[in-house]
Design a protein around this ligand. Structure first.
Ligand SMILES: [Fe+2]
Length: 337
């Protein structure tokens, strides 16, 4: 990875998924960063972050043609192949969704980098565009945690829903290097497990997870044994596999189906419907299991790197309750999120 400390100015862009944003880093120092929704007033705005890019340039007084590179936060071609492979592997299950959504989706996603180039050109007519590079999603996560951290070296753990294929990754960060050590791949995802419960409890995926975390202390984790027995097989080192019979996220637009409903006492809560004891207990249960997995992953990360400091990134690392447990019981001296 060459985007760490000591390079020329680099503009980083995240777009076309959720919470589009831009950041400008020069000589290893983040100089400006902005999220598009702050300008458009559209929550989780997934569009091209034109306002955020302009804001970063304005704040730093830099022009686009003065940048060493523009970095995109994931590899669209690789992600495209994952979605295609998943849909084909689960056919005919996902076929109706596939047929309806795929052509449009495929065109847009595969051409993501072309679109970024065109949008940048429109922002700075006549200027030479710097090279546009796509980094792996988890490499972006790892860099976002380790490079701004105050540590010369650390274990780096990234846990999220999914990027291209990777859902969980472990890195050893040393000075300007990030060395990948291990990864878990889609569809086995701790983020997807948490989002499945978010969906089942009637909240919005990629947004309502914090509500689920907030509900957890009101419940008792009476479903936790069931989650461990049926949904997720966790090894002592924290690696895990989901039992895919209970999930539907791999097919398209929903997260869970009938098998999941049968396991957890009936259909999902209707969004905005009344909250019952069941949702409190489901929240407490998935929170407990998530913490257990993270604790194991963190211990593995520290053991394999010989480090005492841990950097965390990815959607699951936004679970501040779990992070508190990591700091208390995870065996690390310090954590950086
Ligand atoms: Fe992510």
């Amino acid at each position: 990875m060459g985007t760490g400390r000591g390079d020329g100015p680099v503009l980083g862009i995240s777009a076309y998924y959720h919470d589009s944003a831009a950041a400008l880093v020069a000589e290893g120092v983040p100089l400006a960063a902005a999220q598009e929704e702050r300008f458009t007033r559209r929550r989780h705005d997934p569009g091209f972050p034109a306002h955020a890019v302009l804001s970063c340039l304005r704040q730093t007084g830099l022009r686009l043609d003065e940048l060493a590179a523009v970095a995109f936060y994931e590899d669209p071609a690789l992600k495209f192949r994952r979605v295609l492979a998943t849909w084909l592997a689960t056919a005919p299950h996902g076929y109706p969704v596939f047929r309806r959504a795929f052509p449009q989706w495929a065109g847009r996603k595969r051409r993501a980098l072309d679109d970024v180039r065109a949008r940048l050109r429109a922002l700075a007519p006549g200027q030479r565009l710097p090279p546009l590079v796509a980094h792996r999603h988890h490499a972006s996560h790892a860099a976002s945690a380790f490079y701004p951290s105050p540590y010369p070296s650390a274990a780096v753990l990234c846990v999220d829903g999914v990027g291209e294929w990777t859902t969980t990754s472990l890195w050893h960060g040393r000075d300007t290097d990030l060395v990948p050590l291990a990864e878990l791949r889609f569809p086995h995802s701790l983020g997807m497990l948490y989002s499945a419960f978010t969906y089942f409890c009637g909240f919005k995926v990629d947004s309502g997870e914090y509500k689920l975390m907030g509900l957890a202390p009101y419940g008792t984790p009476r479903y936790a044994p069931l989650i461990r027995q049926r949904l997720i097989d966790v090894k002592p080192d924290g690696s895990f596999r989901l039992d895919l019979r209970y999930f539907t996220f791999q097919y398209g637009r929903t997260m869970v189906g009938r098998a999941f409903e049968e396991l957890f006492d009936g259909p999902r809560r209707t969004p905005e419907g009344p909250l019952t004891e069941r949702e409190f207990d489901l929240a407490a249960s998935v929170q407990q299991v998530t913490e257990e997995v993270l604790l194991r992953l963190a211990r593995t990360a520290l053991r394999r790197t010989g480090e005492r400091r841990l950097c965390l990134a990815g959607g699951v690392a936004l679970n501040c309750v779990a992070n508190g447990r990591l700091l208390a019981d995870g065996g690390c001296e310090q954590i950086w999120v």
